[in-house]
Design a protein around this ligand. Structure first.
Ligand code: NDP
Length: 477
């Protein structure tokens, strides 16, 4: 065969990735369960590059050079297993199956191990950037063996997004499920980013008294500064949009019940397993859940709240600046939590993930792409073993400068009865980290009281228990 890569699964993502490879000069074998989609791709875009249409898996495999590379872009879950089982028997030692779908990293670990035993490299790969990214350059997060990356990496580098300094947004994340794990946390951070932006909007609207169009203007201004990011940019577009049918702001005619596909939930489930506090991400997932419980919200509408205090125009302008500070500081914390989860996951699963490279490949192509990630990249480059993003002096200085406004915004939200779970949770995390003493000492006392769970002392080593039901003397060593 002569094709450098084969793509099976030609829905939006697979079709666009296949076109991206072809536009970059690769010969691409293409296959889809329903053959009509393969024909459509070749008839619509055949002039963009070299496509070899295949009607069967056998035909696709035959048209590939060795080692063979088969990119699977089908529905995540059982369909992915079914397609792997179709192709694996047709492949030989050293060939590769690349899963670019949104697989759970535990599934990827299982599939990688099973295929490794059969001599096949299984590369679970995170792909972010949606339909447009897949065509013009996504951020790519491949896991799997280092050997597979030797031959696959340069190809992925060609089709990936490029950061402003020209670096391709792809890196070998780590073995087995590392790539899909990092993609999962990326999506968790995306949830947090979106929730924080939503809270900023809600405050500007309900406390600041601004219209959606005015808030779009505020976001456009923010987008020229340190908050410069894809999500802020599209938020301004959505807020500025007017519904054609009613003439109302678009945001006012959309049902306020957010949906989710599950990667945010996976992030939080994994964080609970790993014991990593990702409160900002968790609140974002819960906020979507709250929004979706229509009956619960309907029966709660009569509950008492404060009468909001309307700000004057001058006060509103000052408030908008404070909200920008709060949004930025909360964003730093959300990323701090996400990167902490990657660090702990990497340790737990033995992945040896380079956090600086992860920040670097998120600078372009993906949904959370932002000027901010260039700062994160430089922070990790300066201190590779950094335990927390907040250990970076630059970020510590920025949160120091933002904290008064951040606190004022959360206080204003609470006083006015505007829910800001993301701002509040990230601020609480920040204060928990700085606190010289936490009430965990009291928790330990309670646990020792009711369950004899023992405690450690600040002044000497050992494990102790107080005889709470007796004379309250201390035992232990
Ligand atoms: P879909 O998730 O909608 O999957 C449709 C494709 O899967 C079709 O090609 C379909 O073939 C194929 N398929 C489904 N079941 C089977 C089966 N049992 N055997 C063989 N083929 C099957 O496509 P998308 O392009 O939206 O996404 C592909 C993957 O990429 C998914 O895992 C998704 O989560 C992930 N992803 C999607 C993003 C997006 O923005 N959409 C972004 C990043 C990742 P047929 O035409 O015959 O029905």
């Amino acid at each position: 065969g002569t094709a450098q890569i084969g793509v099976t699964g030609l829905a939006v993502m697979g079709r666009n990735l296949a076109r991206n490879f072809a536009r970059n000069g690769y010969t691409v074998a293409v296959h889809n369960r329903t053959a009509a989609k393969t024909e459509e791709l070749v008839s619509d875009f055949g002039d963009e590059g070299a496509f070899l249409p295949a009607t069967t898996p056998e035909e696709l495999v035959e048209s590939l050079e060795r080692p063979r590379r088969v990119l699977v872009m089908v529905k995540a879950g059982a369909p992915t297993d079914a397609v792997i089982e179709e192709f694996a028997p047709l492949l030989e030692k050293g060939d590769m199956i690349i899963d670019g779908g949104n697989a759970h990293f535990e599934d990827t670990r299982r599939r990688e191990q099973a295929l490794r035993e059969r001599g096949i490299h299984f590369v679970g790969t995170g792909v972010s950037g949606g339909e447009e990214g897949a065509l013009h350059g996504p951020s790519i997060m491949p896991g799997g063996s280092a050997e597979s990356y030797d031959s696959l990496g340069p190809m992925l580098g060609k089709i990936s997004a490029k950061a402003e300094d020209g670096t391709p947004c792809v890196t070998h994340v780590g073995p087995d499920g590392a790539g899909h794990f990092v993609k999962m946390v990326h999506n968790g951070i995306e949830y947090a980013d979106m929730q924080l932006i939503g809270e900023a909007y809600q405050l500007l609207r309900e406390v600041g008294g601004y219209s959606p169009a005015e808030i779009a203007g505020i976001f456009r201004t923010w987008n020229t500064g340190r908050l410069d990011s894809y999500l802020i940019e599209i938020t301004a577009e959505v807020l500025a949009h007017t519904d054609a049918a009613t003439g109302e702001p678009f945001v006012d005619v959309v049902l306020d019940q957010a949906e989710q596909k599950g990667t945010g939930r996976w992030t939080v489930q994994s964080a609970l397993d790993l014991g990593v506090p990702v409160s900002g991400i968790a609140e974002a997932v819960f906020a979507r859940a709250v929004s979706g419980h229509a009956d619960l919200r309907k029966t709660s509408r009569h509950l008492a709240g404060p009468t909001p205090r309307k700000l004057s125009e001058d006060e509103a302008a000052t408030f908008a600046d404070q909200v920008e500070q709060a949004l930025y500081a909360s964003k730093i914390v959300a990323y701090t939590q996400g990167f902490h989860q990657i660090a702990v996951g990497s340790e737990q699963y033995g992945w040896n993930i380079d956090l600086g490279r992860i920040a670097a490949i998120w600078r372009a192509g993906c949904i959370i792409r932002a000027a901010f990630l260039d700062r994160v990249t430089r922070a990790y480059d300066a201190q590779p073993g950094m335990v927390s993003l907040l250990a970076d002096q630059g970020f510590a200085d920025e949160t120091a400068a933002a904290q008064d406004d951040w606190r004022a915004v959360v206080a204003t939200a609470v006083t006015n009865g505007v829910p800001t779970p993301g701002f509040a949770a990230t601020l609480a995390y920040y204060d928990s980290l700085r606190a010289p003493r936490l009430p965990a000492a009291l928790t330990q006392g309670q646990r020792d009281y009711f369950g004899a769970h023992t405690y450690h002392r600040t002044d000497r080593p050992g494990t102790f228990h107080t005889l709470w039901g007796g004379d309250r003397s201390e035992t232990g060593s």
